[in-house]
Design a protein around this ligand. Sequence first.
Ligand SMILES: NC(=O)c1ccc[n+]([C@@H]2O[C@H](COP(=O)([O-])OP(=O)(O)OC[C@H]3O[C@@H](n4cnc5c(N)ncnc54)[C@H](O)[C@@H]3O)[C@@H](O)[C@H]2O)c1
Length: 259
Amino acid sequence: MKRFVDQVVVITGAAHGIGEACALRFAEEGAAVACLDLAEEANEGTAVSCRNVGVEALAVMCDVTDDKGVKTAVSTVLKKWGRIDTLVASAGIYTGSPLTDVSRRQWQRTLDVNLTGVFLTNQAVAPVMMAQHSGSIINLSSMAGKTSWPASAEYSASKSGVIGLTRSVAMELAPYGATANAVCPGNTLTDMVRGVAGRVGALDGMTGEEWLQMRANDCPMKRLAEPWEIAGVIAFLASADSRYLTGQAIEVDGGMIMS
Ligand SMILES: NC(=O)c1ccc[n+]([C@@H]2O[C@H](COP(=O)([O-])OP(=O)(O)OC[C@H]3O[C@@H](n4cnc5c(N)ncnc54)[C@H](O)[C@@H]3O)[C@@H](O)[C@H]2O)c1
């Protein structure tokens, strides 16, 4: 399937995990891909992997919390390709600390990356999509945006914020024929979740592997997600098949939250 030929996709957090899986999925389906991330070397690696499947790809060093940096990155993409069809806002962090251990600095950094970063990137691409009268924004929220568990206060707050932000963006884009949706993955096997597993597991006397197994057991499907399974839903939200779907926060969590 090549649904995105002649389209341009911007992906934040493209160096690793879900963002990387999205970059490859869109590349395999024919899109030109702009990879935005702080992790320069790994981000270049994602762009190379995209080029290896025969599409154009750009690695742009970008901190999503930096207003100017986000604007410059979007200008770079527009200078090269002249349009943006899809934004996937995947850059995110998760520290996994109990409430009483969350410093003000940690709280602020999580909100800056996970929520302000989504705001800044949405704000930068929205005028482009309005002018084009087309486009799709897909913001990474989380299962933690709809429910919560211990050691996730600042993360949950940021991810709930992404859902509210996405609804408002969807309302503003709708008259222009562009869409905005949030995706709420369950635990997905990436560096982020492996790192959190070690820390959060230790709070309950478990190894990281034991904690991941416990999370898998909690899931109706009895396993965690692979990044490409999240990327597949994101690609659907960017495709012509979802043109009438906007303002939603879609769980991709093996049935953890059924609503
Ligand atoms: N893995 C999961 O279980 C899971 C579950 C629900 C939601 N999510 C969300 O999905 C998104 C991707 O998560 P992941 O598991 O792929 O994480 P990851 O740690 O594997 O990748 C995140 C990427 O974001 C980049 N990044 C971090 N801060 C940045 C910044 N300030 N500017 C630019 N890039 C930055 C990192 O360098 C990294 O490449 C995140 O928003 C995360 O909260 C993940």
